[in-house]
Design a protein around this ligand. Structure first.
Ligand SMILES: [Ca+2]
Length: 151
């Protein structure tokens, strides 16, 4: 478990075992399955999911009966939450929490705008007509003032 994400191993399932990811977007009141991991290759009984560990954007899944008892470890890296904007992400503030401007799926939350890597998010609307400005750190590390209607 890390922040709002829980991983549960199901090492006895067919297909060599599975690991299920659940996320909560309301401080733990409700949880939903968001992803299922399966081993890239397997024989039944590999025990994929016999141990799981999640920290920040790295998931480690153990499979202790691969190659009889030699075992194996699978490492997965989550793109959203690693502080880098990749693929279709609009922002990435280094976490998968909501309510801070950058959503758990790395989209700008309504009423917010985000800049840079890792993203810094401000409430308001960016644009030249703004009556105030905010200071953000750009991708190149320089600090710039962006006009906005923001707080
Ligand atoms: Ca966030």
């Amino acid at each position: 478990m890390y922040e709002n994400t829980a991983v549960i191993g199901a090492d006895s399932q067919t297909g060599g075992g599975k690991a299920y990811v659940f996320m909560s977007f309301d401080k733990g009141t409700t949880w939903g399955e968001t992803q299922k991991f399966v081993p890239s290759s397997f024989v039944n009984g590999d025990g994929f999911g016999s141990a799981v560990s999640l920290y920040r954007s790295t998931l480690l899944v153990g499979a202790h009966f691969v190659d009889s008892t030699a075992g194996a470890a699978y490492i997965y890296l989550r793109a959203c939450g690693n502080g880098k904007i990749t693929g279709s992400e609009q922002c990435d503030d280094g976490n998968v929490l909501n309510g801070d401007g950058c959503s758990p799926l790395c989209d700008d939350e309504p009423g917010w705008f985000c800049f840079g890597e890792p993203s810094v998010c401000k409430k308001g609307v960016p644009g030249g007509s703004g009556s105030s400005s905010t200071t953000v750190v750009a991708v190149d590390g320089n600090t710039v003032a962006v006009p906005c209607n923001c707080s």
